[in-house]
Ligand binder design. Sequence first.
Ligand SMILES: [Zn+2]
Length: 376
Amino acid sequence: MAMRIGLKPCEWERDGADLIVVCDPSRSVQLDDPDGQVERLLAALRDHPGTVAQLRAALAADGLEVGVDEVSGALSALDGLRMLRDVGRPVDRERAGRSFSNLAFFELYSSLEVNEADLQQRVRDAHVLQLGTGGLGSNVLQNLAGLGVGRLTLLDNDDVEPKNLARQFVYREADLGSSKVHRAAGWVRAFHSDIEVRALRRWVGGPADVTDLLPGVDLVVSGIDQGERIDNWVNEACVRAGVPWIRGGMTGSQLIYFSVDPGRSACYECRVHAYGDGRAIASSVLPPAAVTAQRLSARIPRVNQANGPSAALIGSLVAFEALRYLTDYEPPYAAGAEVLVDISGGCAQRREPWPRDQDCDVCAGAWAARAAGKPA
Ligand SMILES: [Zn+2]
């Protein structure tokens, strides 16, 4: 059966030869429409949603004769602007219970091909491995559970301490002295009983410990503070298995996250080859004084100075990146790039990509596999 096409809630107004159209307050589009054909198509979509043939008939009744190809081309352009919906597959948010807000969010990004319910289903079908349930992890966890991720595997080896209560809100006073990962899993079960959650009380001793956990996993989120090599290990395991991973952290008044999309972005090892190890902020365009400042800042003992709002903010940014990977509602923002948030600058963000190393022995296989059209 032919798809029945309609318009998402939109408003428009003519400005000379242009049409200003708004479906989302943060995105307005200006369409070139000297002869008023686009405006008549928008009106037909709003008033007479239907198949291409029905839309052509509505336009003809309005005195505008247009060919199938012309209408199809215009519809595909409007769909690219995320303005259309398939009215034959209505999504009833009111009956969606706890998914209501997720579906409302997805409406901003849905298309004729992939609607809100499809995007929500991708989240439900996903399995996320989360390394660390501390400052970053516990905040990411609450967001992943609210988004409705179907399966979660959590790993951590700490116990809940009083100091955690300032910024790790899955834990309560009654949890003090208990295993963090088991309490975090308990929080998930109480919050959303349909989520399948597995708790692993341990640390990671090398890439193989991560590799063992990757079968069936769609995405890894790491907020683990454990030794110098942990990011190299997670990177090696994930890139070789073709599983994307996201790292989030906090140093001083700066929040940082990045992600690695195997075979599509530079990997963490490429970054190490380019800039050296450690968490110093790297950039090829920094003035010499800033490079010196970086070198000095790398010498300062790393102390995690994040409070609740900082941990919640970086947790949210990482959860957004996770949602990009899980649903493809938009491309990953931090693939092969550090995103830095300066707490003291009103939380302004900047993005610093790092170069791919063509000779990187960790990600070469992933690039080759992607080029050959196979999963890594
Ligand atoms: Zn690499």
